[in-house]
Design a protein around this ligand. Sequence first.
Ligand code: UDX
Length: 450
Amino acid sequence: MPVRDMAIIGAGYVGLVAGACYAELGNRVVCVDSDEEKIARLRRGEVPIYEPDLPQLIARNAEAGRLAFAAAAGPAVEKADIVVIAVGTPPLPSGEADLRSIEKTAREIGASMNGYKIVCIKSTVPVGTAEKVERWIAERYAGGFDVVSLPEFLREGSAVADALRPDRIVIGTSSERAAAELAALHEPLAAPLCVTDARSAEMTKYASNAFLATKITFINEIANLCEKVGADVAEVARGMGLDRRIGSSFLRAGIGYGGSCFPKDTNALVQLAGSVEYDFRLLKAVIEVNREQRLVVVDKLQNALGSLRGRRIGIWGLSFKPNTDDVREAPALAIAERLAELGAELRLYDPAAQRRFREVFDHPFAVWCESALEAARGSDALCLLTEWPAFADIPLAEIRAALDRPLLIDGRNLFDPREARLAGLEYVPVGRPVPELPAARLPAMEPPSA
Ligand code: UDX
């Protein structure tokens, strides 16, 4: 297998994972980031993001001399056969993707070009960006090169596994040479290749994320309806998921999607549609429903407790999903803000995301807890907002014993309703019925205070 020299520009989430994985495949990779401190940390072996398996992968490849880090793009680009752009495209206030880092990077690449190279765009970018990148590079370099849209589909928390075992590789280019070289680069991954034009590849990324966000939102609305008609959304999802046309993934009902991608990319796609005078009504509704779904937790608390003023509410889980410390667009943030507005006292715990959450939510009535049970202790209710596996291991009887009032709002349907009832919890899941149990089988419960 030929060894390529690769420069990855942007050592954020996508760039670091991609860099480490391409090195793992045997290539010589330099990850570049203008943040000198980040590069210094990476050189010392410190990984700035929380991602299972990534530190080991980086260490192994750095030691083998296949992975290096640099603050300047120039030398890495000069040496590279393949350059990958993985800089951020944060949303502008309008929801549109901000392409300033992409433009700056493309011009830098243009200035360092010294022969044919393939420039891949891994950042999620609006349709038409590959053509813009081509123009920005061509302003500085008159020789031959190809720009390819190479969207990244990895998930946080399982990024390494996703990158090494992808469902497909989408390669967007009209250049046969670039398509053949990228097919060879990804060959060891044994994933289906989807070679297409750049615009379709760019759209594939947005469409995939928008579809998954829609699928989650759909099951969340079915869950809300299940509550009204006495059906169980977990059973419904199981029955639906067995239909191969539907598939079972992304049918977990709960308190809505968050994270750095779905909220940003759905908004960006609505913006993109608007810019060509297309009203993407379905996706607008998804965004709206998802925003409201987070607050079902607050409604459920109010239904059980009445006013939340002065109530102590334990919160389990602050990251937008398990196995990450990322709190961007985490449902927990909207929920905590609303509860604080309503005068509740919050006792917060997360196995990894506490520090990051504190940076965005600092409230005088917030108590930061050292353990899950400490957050439950003395609380009038416990809300589970992220389904960290460790929470499922805590015996329900211990949760019951820690709480002042044994009310558990399970925003992610982590627990079994029957077992929760048997443990004496007043259990409130999303879209699932809770079996009535004879009072004699329940431990004595304090009457709810007014
Ligand atoms: C997502 C895409 O999956 C990935 O392909 C893309 O590259 C980036 O965006 P990520 O944001 O890391 O990845 O997380 P993902 O596992 O997809 O979950 C996103 C959100 O949806 C989380 O808040 C999660 O809790 C929620 N979700 C997911 C549900 O509520 N129900 C589900 O069934 C699945």
